[in-house]
Ligand binder design. Structure first.
Ligand code: UGA
Length: 443
C-alpha cells in the first residue's frame, strides 16, 4: 500500500519505518528541512534501539522516503497518517496547531479519495475538527472528494518503540466507515497475526482510550509513590509492599514501581490535557489533579532526602548523578525528574558530576556549559571525590556496581537510590549509607 506519514517525531518515524518494513511504500513528511535532510542521509534524530537499522535498510530498499514536499506526498498516500506533536498549550490543554495545519495542507492538495488517520494524541472531538477543516478547504477549492478521518492512537513506549510497533498488544481503530476499516485491517494485517488485536470503536471513544490508558498508568505510579511516602513514615518497606500487592493478578506487577516521579513527553502532558478536557466538558477530574500533584511533589523527593542527610548544607558539595534521561534506553530528557533535581542542587550551591549512557548530548543542549555541571564520559568518573551518589534513572549498567570500589571513590559514602534498584543491606554492608524511595527501615 502507499502510505504517507506527516511528522517524523517518535510516533511518525517509528510508524512509517515499521510500515515500510512490512513492504509498504512510505513517504514521511516534515516541515523541518534540516531533519528531513539528515534522515535522507541516514542520520536518526533520536536514540531508539533497533530503529536506525530499520530506517537505513528500508530507505536503501526504496520503501521509505523523506520529504518536505506535501503535495506529492499527499498524492502518494492511499492512507495518510497525521503523527505531529501536540505540545501542551499555556493552560495545559493540547495545542492542535500542528494537527490542524496538516489538515489544511491535506485539504489544499488532496486530489482523490483517501483515508486520513490520526495518530497524534489529541482531545476528544479532534477527528471531527480535522474532518471539518479538510472539508472547508476542499469547499474553498470548489471540489468534493470522498475522504475518511479515523482515530488510531499509538501506544508505543520510548526505548521499546520498534518492538511495540511491530508487536502491538492492541490496534485501536476508531471509525464509522466500513471502507476505512477494511483498508486499515489490510494495512495492519502483518502486525495482527496469531490472534486479532484490532479493537474497533467509534472515533471519540478511540480518542479517549489513548488518554485513559496513559492516565491509568500515571495513576498507578502516583499511587505507589504515595504508598512509598506513607511507608517511609510508618517504618515499612515499599518494595516488600509492592511484591505483596503485585501478586494479586487484579493489581499486577506492572507499573507499580515507586521512584523519582514519572516524566517523558506523554504522562505529564496527557494527564494535564485530560484534566482540561474534563473541565471543558463540565467535570472536575479531582483524581487526575491528585495524580499530577503527587508526581510534582515526588520529583522533589530525592532532593529532600539529600538535604535531610546533609543537614540542609549543600553549599560547595559535589553530587554524582547517575541517569539523566526520563527512563532507560532513551536519550529523551523531557520532564525528566533529573532536571528538577539538578536545578535544586544548583540552587542549593552544589556541583553536579552527571553520567548518562545516552543523554549526555541532550543534557548539553538543555543546560549549556556551566561551571557547576560536569557531564562525565563514564559512570565511575562521576563518582570521583563526590559527596554522594544519586541514581535517578535505572539504566541496566547501574544495577550491580561493586559497592566496595564505589565506597573508595566517593568522598562521603552515601547513595540516594531514586529507583530502588539496590538492596539496602548490600549497600550498607560496604559501609555506604543508603536512602531509597519508601524504604522506611533505612530512613
Ligand atoms: C508512555 C506509555 O507507557 C505508552 O503506552 C504510551 O504510548 C506513551 O506514553 C505515549 O503516550 O506516547 P513512555 O512515555 O515512553 O510511554 O514511558 P513509560 O515507560 O510509560 O514511562 C513513563 C514514566 O513513568 C517514566 O518516567 C518512568 O520512569 C515512570 N515509571 C514507569 C515509574 O515511575 N514507575 C513505573 O512503575 C513505571
Amino acid at each position: 500500500m502507499n502510505v504517507t506519514v506527516f511528522g517524523t517525531g517518535y510516533v511518525g518515524l517509528v510508524t512509517g519505518t515499521c510500515l515500510a518494513e512490512m513492504g509498504n511504500a512510505v513517504v514521511c513528511v516534515d516541515v523541518d528541512a534540516g531533519k528531513i535532510e539528515r534522515l535522507g542521509r541516514g542520520e536518526i534524530p533520536i536514540y531508539e534501539p533497533g530503529l536506525e537499522e530499520l530506517v537505513l535498510a528500508n530507505h536503501a530498499a526504496g520503501r521509505l522516503a523523506f520529504t518536505t514536499e506535501a503535495a506529492p506526498a499527499i498524492a502518494h498516500g492511499d492512507v495518510i497518517f497525521i503523527a505531529v506533536g501536540t505540545p501542551p498549550g499555556e493552560d495545559g490543554s493540547a495545542d492542535l496547531t500542528h494537527v490542524l495545519a496538516v489538515a489544511r495542507t491535506i485539504g489544499q492538495h488532496l486530489g482523490a479519495g483517501s483515508i486520513i488517520v490520526n495518530k497524534s494524541t489529541v482531545p476528544v472531538g479532534t477527528a471531527d475538527r480535522v474532518r471539518a477543516t479538510i472539508a472547508d478547504v476542499l469547499a474553498g477549492r470548489g471540489i468534493a472528494i470522498d475522504f475518511d478521518v479515523v482515530s488510531n492512537p499509538e501506544f508505543l513506549k520510548e526505548g521499546d518503540a520498534v518492538n511495540d510497533c511491530m508487536r502491538p498488544d492492541r490496534i485501536v481503530i476508531g471509525s464509522d466507515s466500513a471502507k476505512a476499516i477494511t483498508v486499515l485491517r489490510r494495512l495492519y494485517a502483518p502486525f495482527n497475526r496469531n490472534h486479532d488485536r484490532i479493537v474497533l470503536m467509534d472515533v471519540r471513544s478511540a480518542e479517549l482510550t489513548k488518554y485513559a490508558a496513559n492516565a491509568m498508568l500515571a495513576t498507578k505510579i502516583s499511587f505507589m509513590n504515595e504508598m512509598a511516602n506513607i511507608a517511609e513514615r510508618v517504618g515499612a518497606d515499599i518494595e516488600q509492599v509492592r511484591h505483596g500487592i503485585g501478586s494479586d493478578p487484579r493489581i499486577g506487577y506492572h507499573f507499580i514501581y515507586p521512584g523519582a516521579g514519572y516524566g517523558g513527553s506523554c504522562f505529564p502532558k496527557d494527564v494535564q490535557a485530560l484534566h482540561r478536557i474534563a473541565r471543558a466538558g463540565g467535570y472536575e477530574a479531582s483524581l487526575l489533579q491528585a495524580v499530577e500533584q503527587v508526581n510534582e511533589a515526588q520529583k522533589s523527593r530525592l532532593f529532600e532526602l539529600i538535604c535531610q542527610h546533609f543537614g540542609n548544607d549543600l553549599g560547595g558539595r559535589t553530587i554524582a548523578v547517575w541517569g539523566l534521561a526520563f527512563k532507560p534506553n532513551t536519550d529523551d530528557m523531557r520532564e525528566a525528574p533529573s532536571r528538577r533535581l539538578l536545578e535544586q542542587l544548583w540552587q542549593a550551591g552544589a556541583r553536579v558530576q552527571a553520567f548518562d549512557p545516552e543523554a549526555r548530548e541532550e543534557a548539553r543542549q538543555i543546560f549549556g556549559e556551566r561551571a557547576d555541571l560536569v557531564l562525565c564520559e563514564q559512570a565511575q568518573q562521576a563518582l570521583q571525590d563526590a559527596d554522594a551518589l544519586v541514581v535517578v534513572t535505572e539504566w541496566k549498567a547501574f544495577r550491580s556496581p561493586d559497592f566496595k570500589v564505589l565506597a573508595t571513590r566517593l568522598k562521603s559514602a552515601v547513595i540516594f537510590d531514586g529507583r530502588n534498584i539496590y538492596d539496602p543491606l548490600a549497600v550498607e554492608a560496604a559501609g555506604i549509607a543508603y536512602y531509597g524511595i519508601g524504604r522506611g527501615r533505612s530512613v
